[in-house]
Write a protein that binds this ligand. Sequence first.
Ligand SMILES: NC(=O)C1=CN([C@@H]2O[C@H](COP(=O)(O)OP(=O)(O)OC[C@H]3O[C@@H](n4cnc5c(N)ncnc54)[C@H](O)[C@@H]3O)[C@@H](O)[C@H]2O)[C@@H](O)CC1
Ligand SMILES: Nc1ncnc2c1ncn2[C@@H]1O[C@H](COP(=O)(O)OP(=O)(O)O)[C@@H](O)[C@H]1O
Ligand SMILES: [K+]
Length: 469
Amino acid sequence: MTGAAILSAAEMRAAEAELFATGIPEYDVMERAGAVAAALIWRVGGLRDTLVLCGPGNNGGDGFVIARLLRTQGVPVRVATTGDSRTPSARQARMLWDGPVDDIGDTAPATLLVDALFGTGLTRGIDDALASRLRSLAGAARKCFAIDLPSGVSTDDGALLSVPPHYDMCIALGALKPAHVLAPAADLSRQIVCADIGIDTSSAMTRLLGPPILHAPARDAHKYTRGLVAVVAGDMPGAAALAACSAAHGGAGYVRLVTPHPISGLPHAIIQIADHEPDSRNALSDARIAALLIGPGLGRGAAAVARVRAALTHGHPAVIDADALLALRETGFDLLPGKAILTPHMGEFDALYGQVSGTWLARAQEAAQRSKAVVILKGARSIIAAPDGRIAVSSPASSWLSTAGTGDVLAGLCAARLAVTGDPFRAACEAVWLDGDAARRAGAAFVADQLIAALPAAIAARLSKGSSC
Ligand SMILES: NC(=O)C1=CN([C@@H]2O[C@H](COP(=O)(O)OP(=O)(O)OC[C@H]3O[C@@H](n4cnc5c(N)ncnc54)[C@H](O)[C@@H]3O)[C@@H](O)[C@H]2O)[C@@H](O)CC1
Ligand SMILES: Nc1ncnc2c1ncn2[C@@H]1O[C@H](COP(=O)(O)OP(=O)(O)O)[C@@H](O)[C@H]1O
Ligand SMILES: [K+]
């Protein structure tokens, strides 16, 4: 899996412990962290007067290193603290700082503010007086930097434990944390930069969604080897039509729309199969179907549940969306094929899985394990979870996606990528990435049809070198 690693506070501590076990002293890692952060602040802030706020733990220790290194560059730096430094590394960093140390309660503001109060060690909301002092110093500064995390956020779920200010840059140390990718904490910083401090993150199971590498069809490809997608339509044919078009533009070799009523206005390339049998038996028994999509416009009630049940008996790799997700409440998850992608938005997620506790990452993970399927929890940032523990979190997508039919487009795209790759997690990751990129290309106020039109360009941009189009 590509994309920057996302580690929880406990995983970060374990990764640091592994690094220390190789013989690297903890303080050296703090120096490294401070050096990378100071270089980033120097690049943005230059010689402007700077106030570094240092807390009692190692986050505060990072702050003392940053202050010392900026000072050696000639930056006028002041440090203000909440009190004593409580860890050995923080004390060492403080000892090496030879400038004055103010009390945070009465220090003067500066042009640049560096928040090194609390990082992954925050256990509860910071008290109101300190939180309000942080906000007023940040409000008086021209630029604010958060070291590792904005002080006052919960590392593992992105909740705000107190009311933090907004930052121009958050410098994540060693790895991203869930609070860097989950709202509301993730929305506090205009820019989030991850600083390499020597932590090995190669085995991280949770990652930011990275750009996929796609391949043009093989030289000897034909429509069936490229992937046959069957889309099952229902009561509202428009949604299935959108999904079918999306599958066709998403790279499938052949798209069949199995529909009870002929749909006009579709591209001729989409083959419509009249479905006069309620169980679609003949239309779906073709062993060449590489991905089945059911849900967009399906409808609800006993007939829809029966249709889902019948469609899934063929065992084709499947994408289950919209109304078909609700039907799964009746059928249970055992009906799902070995390769399946479920695409609930938050409402469908709650309806399907009930109240699952924990962070959104943990909830998506538990849902994937319970249903033994890849789950895309859709939202401004979508979470893609596989039953084996892998999770990818997308960067925020264009908010213009909040328009009717874009879920159908994503479902069709998932089906196309599933048909092409045969790998549900990879397909889901590719689909979410391409969907987000197509939305960016579609610009403002697009409708779902225009999102589909932008898919070929999004795919072309991710083709591997050597792929011809
Ligand atoms: N362990 C390491 O080697 C490294 C740690 N690093 C830094 O260390 C940070 C984690 O350090 P710590 O574990 O010391 O934790 P923090 O520095 O985030 O904060 C912990 C301290 O704050 C106190 N505290 C927690 N919640 C509080 C609250 N609501 N009000 C007042 N005090 C509160 C705790 O009692 C403790 O003294 C990371 O975020 C990162 O910035 C980096 O230097 C990289 C290396
Ligand atoms: N505010 C937003 N910012 C970014 N993406 C969004 C936002 N709101 C919705 N989306 C995306 O738009 C799509 C909407 O899907 P869905 O709710 O199923 O819509 P529909 O049923 O109308 O097709 C999902 O891919 C979701 O991730
Ligand atoms: K901080």
